[in-house]
Ligand binder design. Structure first.
Ligand code: EPZ
Length: 421
């Protein structure tokens, strides 16, 4: 177990390069199970979640090499099982993409129920609804999902009762090599949904409409190998924008797609932060006080739930009272009690947090309750007066590549230390 010891109060200056998108990478690596040839996938972030999914793929029989520059070379020709039930599968959320991938490849799948961040209930009923519409018989027993088909997956229309990134991606993967046409209505429009569709199309799939709420997938018999580069991480970029706004200073966040960050940059401008957009970079500057704002999380192109904890940390020192409403997850405010240890004045009522801005946060021993909450607590520590000890770094390590090196490169003062038993 590691902890960060953070000395707060230093403005951030300089440039930072954003890594490949975690949530695109975990979907694309799982979808590569459909390709019986060599895939070269570039710009893969070297983070715990990626290492775990690659290890699971190795366990299934895939040949996988991860290079230090973030290029993954994989070949799934010799995949020899439709069962993914190891402990590793239970550890991460994105392992549920193996359901769609193995169903698409073998017409059957047995996959453990996934783990991941705890935001209250995380049902997979919409995934199952999609697989069933495509002819699979699905049952959930003894912590595993069992899915079988008589003659492989068959295309059909699926209307999502709730906009779900995971279900949209999983059904798209399962439909890529199904017989006939699958139409997903009320589909998620997140950048990583589009990135996965682009990857599959590069490898020979026929997917149209990704990025809109109707995706049409005409099944193909075979996919071929090729080289694909993953998009930059929208949430990592947003986290650096908020960190720079929180600490003050002048930071150029490079390797971003500014359009993916519109909801975040618009809020920061409203909060008195200077934003300058370039083709593939955003400059963020803040010299005056942060001002209050109201934020509601929504599916893309709305404000991302994965930036909610970071923006709450920033609003905790804003002038005035802000309201943040979490409209995607039932229980994503667990970290608020940690922020309150640092002097934040926040009350949570159901899905809404009311944040009374305080002049300053003060350093304290705190912990990460999940991945983005960990990023938020780190930002809080960087802007607080005094020293903050942030524990439970395993969450941050799952999703941010070289986070402390990148922050220290901007002038942040933090060191990773081993915790005493
Ligand atoms: C993805 O999770 C991301 N994870 C999450 O990011 C992100 O918070 C979330 O999308 C929303 O943007 C990955 O991509 C690996 P959903 P996912 O299905 O796919 C309900 C991070 O920090 N729902 O879009 O699991 C669900 O309860 C992580 O990087 C159903 O009701 O989320 C939630 O309220 C954390 N039935 C809403 O839909 C279902 O079958 C959105 O969930 C599926 C979901």
């Amino acid at each position: 177990m590691d902890k960060f010891v953070i000395t707060g109060g230093n403005p951030l200056h300089g440039e930072v390069i954003v890594s490949g998108a975690k949530n695109a990478a975990v979907a694309i690596l799982a979808a590569a199970v459909l390709v019986e040839d060599t895939c070269v996938i570039e710009n893969v972030p070297i983070i715990k979640d990626v290492k775990v999914i690659l290890e699971i793929l190795r366990q299934l029989g895939a040949e996988v090499q991860m290079q230090e520059n973030g290029t993954v070379v994989m070949n799934c020709s010799n995949l020899n099982t439709f069962e993914a039930t190891s402990d590793l599968v239970r550890k991460m959320r994105a392992s549920y993409y193996l359901l769609g991938a193995l169903l698409g490849r073998f017409g059957k799948a047995q996959v453990s129920l996934p783990g991941g961040c705890d935001f209250g209930g995380r049902p997979i009923d919409q995934h199952i609804k999609g697989f069933e519409a495509m002819g699979a018989m699905v049952k959930v027993e003894h912590g595993n999902v069992y899915a079988t088909t008589v003659e492989g997956m068959k295309g059909n229309s699926v209307y999502m009762d709730k906009v779900s990134v995971g279900a949209t991606i999983n059904i798209m993967i399962a439909a890529t090599k199904a017989q006939g046409m699958t139409i997903i209505e009320n589909a998620a429009k997140e950048p990583h949904v589009v990135d996965l569709a682009n990857f599959l199309n590069y490898m020979g799939a026929n997917i149209k409409g990704a990025g809109t709420d109707v995706i049409k997938i005409k099944g193909v018999d075979k996919l071929h190998g090729g080289t694909y580069s993953i998009i930059p991480d929208q949430i990592e970029a947003g986290t650096f924008l908020v960190a720079a706004a929180a600490c003050g200073g002048d930071v150029l966040v490079k390797n971003v797609i500014p359009k993916h960050l519109d909801a975040i940059t618009a809020k920061l401008v409203e909060m008195n932060v200077e934003i300058e957009e370039m083709d593939d970079a955003i400059r963020v500057k803040r010299s005056g006080k942060i001002t209050k704002a109201n934020v509601k999380t929504l599916p893309y192109p709305g404000f991302p739930t994965d930036m909610q904890p970071q923006i709450v940390a920033l609003l905790s020192v804003a002038e005035g009272t802000s309201m943040v409403t979490e409209d995607v997850w039932d229980n994503r405010f667990q970290y608020v009690s940690e922020l309150k240890r640092m002097g934040a004045q926040i009350s949570v009522n159901g899905k809404t947090a009311v944040i009374e801005g305080v002049g300053n946060l003060t350093g304290a021993p705190v912990r990460s309750t999940d991945l983005r909450a960990g990023a938020a607590m780190l930002i809080a520590g960087l802007m607080a007066k005094g020293t903050t000890e942030l524990q439970n770094l395993e969450h941050i390590d799952r999703g941010y590549e070289n986070f402390e090196q990148k922050l220290c490169g901007l002038g942040a003062q933090l060191v990773r230390e081993k915790m005493e038993e």
